[in-house]
Ligand binder design. Sequence first.
Ligand SMILES: NC(=O)c1ccc[n+]([C@@H]2O[C@H](COP(=O)([O-])OP(=O)(O)OC[C@H]3O[C@@H](n4cnc5c(N)ncnc54)[C@H](O)[C@@H]3O)[C@@H](O)[C@H]2O)c1
Ligand SMILES: O=CC(=O)C[C@H](O)[C@H](O)CO
Length: 499
Amino acid sequence: MNIAVRKPLLGSALSGFLGQNRKILIDGKWVQAQNGQTFEVEDPATQEIIAHVPLGDKADIDLAVAAARRAFDSGPWSRMSPGERSRIVWKLGDLLEKYADEFAELEALDNGKPVTNARKGDVQGSIEMFRYMAGWATRLNGETIQVSSPGNWHAYTLREPVGVVGQIIPWNFPLMMAAWKLAPALASGCTIVLKPAEQTPLSALRFGELIQEAGIPDGVVNIVTGFGETAGAALAAHPDVDKVAFTGSTEVGKIIVRAAAGNLKRVSLELGGKSPAIVFPDADLDLAIAGTADAIFYNQGQCCTAGSRLFAHKSVYDKVVAGVAAAAGKLKIGHGLDPTVNLGPLVSKEQHDRVKGFLDSGRKEGAEVVTGGKIAGNQGYFVEPTVLAKTNRDMRVVREEIFGPVVCVQSFDDDSLEAVAKFANDTEYGLQASVWTRNLKTAHMMARKIKAGTICINTHNYGDPAWPFGGYKQSGWGREMGKEVMEHYTETKSVAARL
Ligand SMILES: NC(=O)c1ccc[n+]([C@@H]2O[C@H](COP(=O)([O-])OP(=O)(O)OC[C@H]3O[C@@H](n4cnc5c(N)ncnc54)[C@H](O)[C@@H]3O)[C@@H](O)[C@H]2O)c1
Ligand SMILES: O=CC(=O)C[C@H](O)[C@H](O)CO
């Protein structure tokens, strides 16, 4: 598939941002890395170098953690009135809304995603996240406890910020993952060291300017760009970090757990997935075909919740496969800054090579390529949206997270929900599943039978700041969003007073 990659003109605000030498934010100051080194940031659609950012490592993480510790212990944020903290967190949402188009362009340029998705999904989702979490700043209450101990007691609990938090985020939703991490941590009064992914550091650095514009005190939020094995590893292992929050691969999640064990810092993980989408015979097929296609092609398939295993009942299998393949054929592939584009490039050469490797292994293992199956174009990291049929559980493409626009389709004929749930649960992951049916009993019985942290019914890739999000099995520990995420950023202290 040949594609013409035409890089649209950048907005003036974005041109201005990219024209400056990027620095990292430590203790309220924009500084170079201690080693004076930088690394290149690439436009994945054209392979052009668009920026150089500081190559932060342990020395910079040490300075950032020390700044966060001073800010936490001296209290300008952790001891600020909840109402004032709430107002400032809400203001971050307002500032994101003010600069929404610039952030959408920045994400499209840095990550490759279509700018329309970036604006409606990533940026809008981030705005809503700060506004929702602002509310929790004034809701972190303890409770009085009726104890049964002999004598007279006054017993109660307090909810206190956990302290200095290390936050390590991936490249698939750079701004939104930063918002998922920063918003609850700020609302709870924690101080933060954020390590963006080296593939997509730009929106986090630009957001650091909003942090200052919103009036958040120096040292409360520190942003250090750098590679995972150096800056990320130093943050996860740091003895003066009280908690680490990570989103990324399950493989790295396990490394983080081992690194965090040094001081038994709290750990929350949002990891990989291999989410099933299950189409029952009674489904609204137009809805199911469009929805299961979007479940895998949205964000170029680089979603932790991507619907990468599609199970269609034998009676509708042919129609579903043909429909998803037709939807793939209608996608316009090109530069994310082109507002008419629906599918951008993958984020990096490494990811491009990884997905190509899966396409090759799928063919070798006997999968039938219904559509796509090849890299696209001769510039940038594009992959054709791909539907693989005749797949089975023994294939790598069915077992492993591909993180690209590649869906493996399988049919099922046993009408028992137990049997279908067994297919869905046949994975080491458990992040999301979607069930497509008009039957309420089928929908909600499947929701109970599937071992995953999030279940979507007649939709996929659903998200909302109030809706707890996280994984069963090797898809993670803990929950982002909802009231549940506040458990990760607070400690509950019990107090008992003898009267
Ligand atoms: N579940 C998700 O949301 C998600 C996100 C990104 C990648 N992935 C999966 O991971 C695969 C590889 O992608 P990736 O390599 O960019 O993800 P990754 O997990 O390696 O990187 C995610 C973040 O972790 C950091 N990191 C890497 N190694 C680290 C270490 N040893 N200690 C501390 N931090 C470290 C990275 O710098 C980045 O900020 C993808 O193909 C995909 O399958 C999943
Ligand atoms: O890494 C996390 C994700 O990919 C989040 C979900 O996939 C996203 O919410 C989909 O809309």
